[in-house]
Design a protein around this ligand. Structure first.
Ligand code: ZN
Length: 208
């Protein structure tokens, strides 16, 4: 169910963006999406959507937020105005309890973030690189939960989640010759957060 009573994700898609959202799989309409497969799924019964490529999803409010990039307060206000709702129609809840697949992915990201941050501790050559080359401080590393991925952490994640999940979540990739590669191995990783400050993906940087 949508957090905005009486207004569905499909209503928001149509009224604000002229998009005809259908039940089931389709191309992803989100502006940040780059893939070309039908990775976007809309469940009109539950009124929830999910993009399997971007690993993001939610309800109508979240859809509007990803479409516009606005803050939550503005999103509430825009929808309220356009649909002529009063304050009692708006109810903010936790979003990431609704989609089990997304829950697992976010749990995975949180675990990676925590373990990778611990893994950076004491790795002085990498810390020095971050301080000198990137101008980071200890406070920045901590504030943004920056971490480090290496072989041992990959092994740990494989034992916790299984190789198949690591592949599904984009931590293990396929080479053109049919091999596998560890996408973030020996890289400093930076988590990206959603609006409720939960990590939803990572950027990796080589340290050399
Ligand atoms: Zn997408």
């Amino acid at each position: 169910m949508n957090d905005i009573k009486g207004v569905t994700t499909a209503d928001i898609a149509r009224v604000f963006f002229g998009i005809d959202l259908k039940h089931g799989k389709q191309y992803c309409p989100l502006p940040g999406h780059t893939g070309k497969s039908a990775s976007f799924n809309y469940n009109s019964t539950k009124d929830l959507w999910f993009c399997h490529s971007e690993k993001i999803g939610g309800d109508g409010l979240e859809f509007y937020r990803w479409m516009t990039g606005k803050g939550m307060g503005s999103c509430f206000a825009d929808i309220k105005d356009r649909f002529g709702l009063d304050d009692s129609s708006l109810e903010q809840k936790g979003y990431y309890t609704k989609e089990p697949e997304m829950n697992l992915y976010i749990k995975f990201c949180e675990q990676v973030m925590q373990l990778a941050a611990e893994n950076l501790t004491g790795k002085n050559h990498i810390l020095n690189f971050a301080f000198e080359k990137w101008g980071f401080t200890k406070e920045i590393l901590q504030k943004y939960s920056v971490g480090y991925m290496d072989y041992s952490l990959y092994s740990k994640l494989e034992s916790l989640f299984g190789t198949a999940k690591l592949e599904e979540f984009g931590f293990i990739g396929n080479t053109k010759t049919g091999g596998k590669w560890k996408v973030f191995q020996d890289r400093v990783i930076f988590p990206y957060f959603n609006w409720s400050r939960r990590p939803i993906y990572f950027i990796g940087r080589e340290v050399k």
